[in-house]
Design a protein around this ligand. Structure first.
Ligand code: C2E
Ligand code: MG
Ligand code: MG
Ligand code: MG
Length: 289
């Protein structure tokens, strides 16, 4: 009996694995189509200065609405895009669209919102990256000073000379570099002085329990003061509550991004919120509101 039931569970397990592999394969093919047709969407999430709670910019986040399966989690389709190399084309589209939509919002509301765009480490293997960034700004009329590129620590592991040159050129044109998900990767602190970085994005995993966890509080305080001493500014990701915000204010964190101030939304939705109630209205649009 025991043998039978364990055989059955192995068969079920194998069936499930085969189904998952088929699903993933399907997604891969459909993502290729979606990217080549330019079918991905863009969501913008507010970034807010802690002192005075002023909306200063947005992070651009890719969205994929699958015709059959609905919204696909970005973690999943970005991973597929990285594995298949589609991330390079996807990343270019996001960058172009982010520059265009931000330039439009800035014109419409007479503001100078910044835009942060995620770059995959794979995109740095393309020698034309720097030129592409420059062209994206120019063709959409966005000052490079309004553009921030988010990179992750994995970028620093390989071909560091080419990477250093590209980062320096990007900063040379006036754009900024942010280190995303800080604290979750290899976190060799030498990266902070070896590579030109303008700001650190504290990962959500440190923020999650920061209103009560004494050790997370010490880590967050420590990262912020380390950054300050190196003249690197800080933004906290994943801030959902006022207690978290208060703690970050106490630590003199510069900016905050999270559901507390707004979920990622389309430029159209943000624009109508701002038309209705100004920019303060746009940053207090909470998920259940
Ligand atoms: P990320 O760059 O760290 O982006 C922040 C993620 O945290 C986003 O997830 C955002 O929706 C989520 N988030 C923001 N505030 C909160 C909060 O208060 N609470 C919680 N629970 N989550 C919050 P999302 O949109 O699912 O994206 C996941 C990851 O996918 C991104 O993480 C980024 O690494 C990657 N990604 C998204 N778009 C692109 C892209 O255009 N290019 C590249 N290379 N990666 C992208
Ligand atoms: Mg990011
Ligand atoms: Mg992040
Ligand atoms: Mg993250």
């Amino acid at each position: 009996r025991a043998k039978n039931s364990s055989n059955r569970s192995i068969v079920q397990f194998e069936k499930k694995m085969a189904e998952e592999a088929a699903y993933r394969h399907q997604l891969e093919q459909d993502l290729r189509k979606a990217v080549s047709h330019g079918d991905l969407d863009l969501a913008l999430q507010p970034q807010v200065v802690v002192q005075g709670e002023k909306l200063v910019g947005f992070e651009a986040l890719a969205r994929w609405q699958h015709p059959e399966f609905g919204a696909i989690r970005p973690d999943l389709f970005i991973e597929i895009a990285e594995q298949t190399g589609l991330i390079c084309e996807l990343g270019k589209q996001v960058l172009n669209r982010a520059c265009r939509e931000t330039a439009l919002l800035n014109t419409q509301f007479d503001k100078s919102f910044r835009i942060s765009v995620n770059l995959s480490s794979l995109q740095f293997q393309n020698e034309n990256l720097v030129q592409f960034v420059e062209d994206a700004c120019r063709s959409h009329g966005l000052a490079p000073e309004m553009l921030e590129l988010e990179v992750t620590e994995s970028l620093f592991l390989s071909n560091s000379e080419q990477t250093k040159t590209a980062l320096a050129a990007i900063r040379g044109m006036g754009a900024r570099i942010a280190l995303d998900d800080f604290g979750t990767g290899y976190s060799s602190l030498s990266y902070l002085r070896e590579f030109a970085i303008d700001r650190i994005k504290l990962d959500r995993s440190f923020i999650k329990d920061v209103s009560w966890s004494a050790s997370d509080q010490r880590i967050v305080k420590g990262i912020i003061s380390l950054a300050k001493s190196l003249d690197i500014s800080t933004i906290a990701e994943g801030v959902e509550t006022n207690q978290q915000r208060e703690f970050l204010e106490e630590c003199e964190c510069d900016e905050i991004q999270g559901f507390y101030y707004g979920v990622p939304s389309s430029a159209t939705d943000l624009s109508s919120l701002m038309k209705k109630g100004g920019e303060r209205y746009a940053i207090h649009h909470l998920p259940d509101a």
